[in-house]
Structures are given as C-alpha cells and as structure tokens.
Design a protein around this ligand. Structure first.
Ligand code: UGA
Length: 450
C-alpha cells in the first residue's frame, strides 16, 4: 500500500521504517529539514536498536521523507498522524499538532481524487479522532465524512528500547473505525504481514484502550511501591520476597509444561523501586485524570497512583538522610539517570527530581549513565558533575544511589563500594545487589526493605 506518515518522532519514524520493511511504500513528513535529510540518507534521528538497519535497507527506496504534506499525502491512500501530544500544565493533552496535521492533510485532500483514510496513531483522549480530527479534515478538505474520507484510531504499544521489535511483532493491533470501509483499509496495512490479533472497535474505544493499558502498568508500579513502603516499616520483611511470591500466583504467572514459571513481562512492573517515568506513563496517567474530571468522574485511584509516584524522590531522600546524616557538603554519586535501562531518555526520570532534591539539601552530585549523560547534561548543565565510568563517580562519595537498572552497575563489587567511597552508604533503588553481601561494611538501603 501507499502510506503517508505525518510526524517522524519516535512513533512516526519507527512505524514508517517497519511499514517500509514489510513492503509498503511510505512517505514521511516532518517540518524539520535536517530530520528529512537524515531519513532520506538512512541515518536514524533517534536511538533505537534495529532502526539503523531498517533505514539502511529502505531509505531512498520504499521509504522517503519530505517537508511537504501535500506531496506525501497526494501520492498515498492512507495517512497516519504520528505527531506529539504534549501535556498542558493541568495534565490535559495539547492536541494542536494533531489538529494542524489534520488540517494539512485535509488541504492536500482538496485536490486529491477518491476517498482517503486518516488514522490517528498519536496518543489522544477518547473522542479526539471523531471530534477535532474529523472537524479539521472536513473543514480544510471541503469533503464530507464518511463518503470523502474515513477516520480511524490505531494506537501504538511500542516501548522505548524495543520499539522496532514491538512494532514488527505486535501482540495486538487495535483498529478503531467508524465505518467498515475504513476499518478494512487500516486492516489491509497489517493483515498477513505483522501477525498479532486485530481488535476491531470504534475510534473512542481504541483511544481509551491505549490509556487503560498504560494506566494499568503505572498502577502496578505504584501498588508495588506502596507495598514496598509498608514492608520497610516491618522488621525482617522484604518487598522483593513478598512480591516475588505474589507473582508466582499462577493466575499472574502461568507455568510451562515442565512446571517452571513463565515469568511474563508484566511481573517486571510488580517490584518496588524509584517510581515510573518516561515520556508515556506520567503523561498518560495525568491526561486520563484530567479527561475524567471533564466527564464528571473522579479517577480517584489514578490520582493516587500519580501521587504515590510523585512522593518517591522525597521518601528516598528521607531514607538517605536517616543513614548518612545531613547531606550538606556531601558527595552523592548518582548511578543511572535514564528513566529505565537501555535508553538515553531522561524525560520524567525519577533521577531528575532526586538530583534536584539532593542539590536542595546542599549535596554535591556526580552523575553517571552508560547512555543518558548527554541528555542529563542538557537538564543540569554545570550544576552537577559527570563521570563516564561509574567507579569514577564513586571515588570519594559519601553516598551512592543506584536509580537505573543498568547491567553496567551490577558488576560493581561490595569491596569496590567500600574502597572507592569516602563513606559507603548505598541506596539500591532497583534492588540489583545481594543485600547480605552488600551490607558488610556498607550502609545498605534497599527499596522495600528496612
Ligand atoms: C510504555 C508502554 O510500556 C508501551 O506499551 C507504550 O506504547 C508506551 O509507554 C507509550 O505509551 O508510548 P515505555 O515508556 O517505553 O513504554 O516504557 P516501559 O518499558 O513500559 O517503562 C515505563 C516505566 O515502567 C519506566 O519507569 C520503567 O522503569 C518501568 N518498568 C518497566 C518497570 O518498573 N518494570 C518493567 O519491567 C518495565
């Protein structure tokens, strides 16, 4: 099929590359000329495993980029809107880019014969495709819905760090449409090529599925952190043991034929830690809370999920102070600033508010991260120091905080913490160390355990 994709951020570029790899002809649009140039030369503009290979194979062939919406849309049958939906201060989403993309597509449709399908892939609250998008398209194209064009919602579930794999082998493909012809057109993009069960619903349901999905995962994280906090108050109880046993419930964790647990990925969200971050969970939970206020609902649980998450950094600082005394003038080594391992992304990373709190307490901070130092520098500039190697960060430190579950950190032995640090206080925010071994001569603080 001939497909146009508006917006080549994370979702747009990965989607475009995967569609091209599967044999579709894809035209991407981005306003930024340097981004367009790079895509056309096969150079990835984001850090994502496997993307460079896909671009190398498809750029200039089945995948091309342009700054002109008219050029891209006019030669295609179906357009995917993949622009950003950033948060307003009240948590609601800013749909201005979605609206502009819809208007631009509509303007291109004016002179394009035949019916066109417009699919919203950006994360938007229920009613956006059938509301703002439909209205903008009708007004700017002069065509009417559904005879002149169709609208659909096709949310994505890709994760940073495994976006290409998640897109090439999706577990499900949610297609929200308001009419059968449109549903068939979107299904034709995927059918027989991507695997994954197709779920056919209306556009509002598809939009809601995306929010419900991320909200569930964020809820599991806040639930685990609450259990962790309670465990920390009980002598001899470790949330790691408690939650591991819970995740062996075969309703959560089915068994293989040999009886061993399958350990599905969901159990990774059932661990006490530093709190959730990234560009999706915080934004989507807030958007759903804000949306529910407008519909007259309370979203009481999700409001608590968000509040529990926002309290994590403060709680961690209190525990550090209890172990290390006043932080003023002390050196803190922050191991891991990315919001999760295998990414360079620090957006909404728990490390950011934690570093701010450390600085507010008068501590000196040295941060280290295998991938995210450049992005960390953009946030903190010369307010903190940076170390390329974790062991350099530890030298002379009075406390070490492990905030991201990078493999690079798990190899640091207890003797290294003891010998490198001025005073070995270790906060293990991801529980990557053996508590017993790392408690010998080290003031070890683990999430979920006293
Ligand atoms: C998340 C969802 O997982 C994707 O399905 C969704 O498409 C995406 O948001 C989106 O809306 O675009 P992502 O933010 O890349 O993807 O990252 P996750 O791997 O889910 O991590 C989110 C948070 O959960 C992070 O803070 C991470 O540290 C935490 N997490 C992740 C865990 O606590 N345990 C895990 O096993 C995995």
């Amino acid at each position: 099929m001939k497909i146009s994709i508006i917006g080549t951020g994370y979702v747009g570029l990965v989607t475009a590359a995967c569609f091209a790899e599967k044999g579709h002809e894809v035209a991407c649009v981005d306003l930024r000329e340097d981004v367009v140039r790079k895509i056309n030369s096969g150079i990835p503009t984001i850090h994502e495993p496997g993307l460079a290979e896909l671009l190398a194979r498809n750029s200039g062939k089945r995948l091309r980029a342009t700054t002109s919406v008219v050029e891209a849309v006019s030669g295609t049958d179906i357009s995917f809107i993949c622009v950003g939906t950033p948060s307003h201060p009240d948590g609601s989403i800013d749909t201005s880019q979605v609206e502009k993309a819809s208007r631009d597509i509509g303007a291109a449709l004016k002179s394009k014969p035949g019916r066109h399908v417009v699919v919203v892939k950006s994360t938007v609250v229920p009613g956006t495709a059938a509301g703002i998008v439909l209205k903008a398209l009708s007004e700017s194209s002069g065509k009417s819905h559904p005879s002149g064009f169709g609208i659909a919602s096709n949310p994505e579930f890709l994760r940073e760090g495994s976006a290409v794999r998640d897109s090439m082998e999706p577990d499900r493909i949610v297609i929200g449409a308001e009419d059968e012809e449109t549903r068939k057109a979107v299904a034709a993009v995927y059918e027989g090529m991507f695997g994954g069960k197709i779920i056919s619903v209306n556009t509002r349901t598809a939009e809601m599925i995306k929010y419900a999905n991320n909200s569930l995962l964020a809820t599991l994280i806040s639930f685990s952190n609450e259990i962790g906090d309670i465990c920390e108050s009980i002598e001899g109880v470790d949330a790691e043991e408690v939650l591991r046993a819970v995740t062996l419930d075969s309703r959560i964790n089915p068994r293989r034929p040999d009886g061993s647990p399958l350990d599905p990925q969901i159990i990774g969200y059932l661990r006490a830690g530093c709190g959730y971050g990234g560009s999706c969970f915080p934004k989507d939970v807030s958007a759903l809370i804000s949306f529910s206020k407008k519909t007259g609902d309370e979203a009481a649980l999700l409001s608590e999920v968000r509040r529990i998450n926002s309290l994590r950094p403060g709680k961690i600082i209190e525990r550090l102070k209890a172990a290390a005394g006043p932080l003023k003038g002390k050196k803190a080594a922050v191991l891991g600033t990315a919001f999760k391992q295998d990414t360079d992304d620090v957006r909404e990373s728990p490390a950011v508010p934690l570093i701010r709190l450390l600085l507010a307490e008068g501590a000196r901070v040295t941060a280290t991260d295998p991938a995210a130092l450049e992005n960390t520098r953009r946030v903190f500039g010369d307010m903190i120091s940076y170390a390329d190697e974790p062991r350099d960060a530890l030298k002379g430190a009075h406390m070490a905080l492990v905030l991201t579950k990078w493999n690079d950190f798990s190899g640091i032995g207890p003797e290294e913490f003891r010998s490198l640090m001025a005073k070995p206080v270790l906060f293990d925010g991801r529980r990557i160390y053996d508590r017993k071994k790392y408690s010998e001569g080290i003031a070890y603080i683990g999430t979920g355990v006293r």
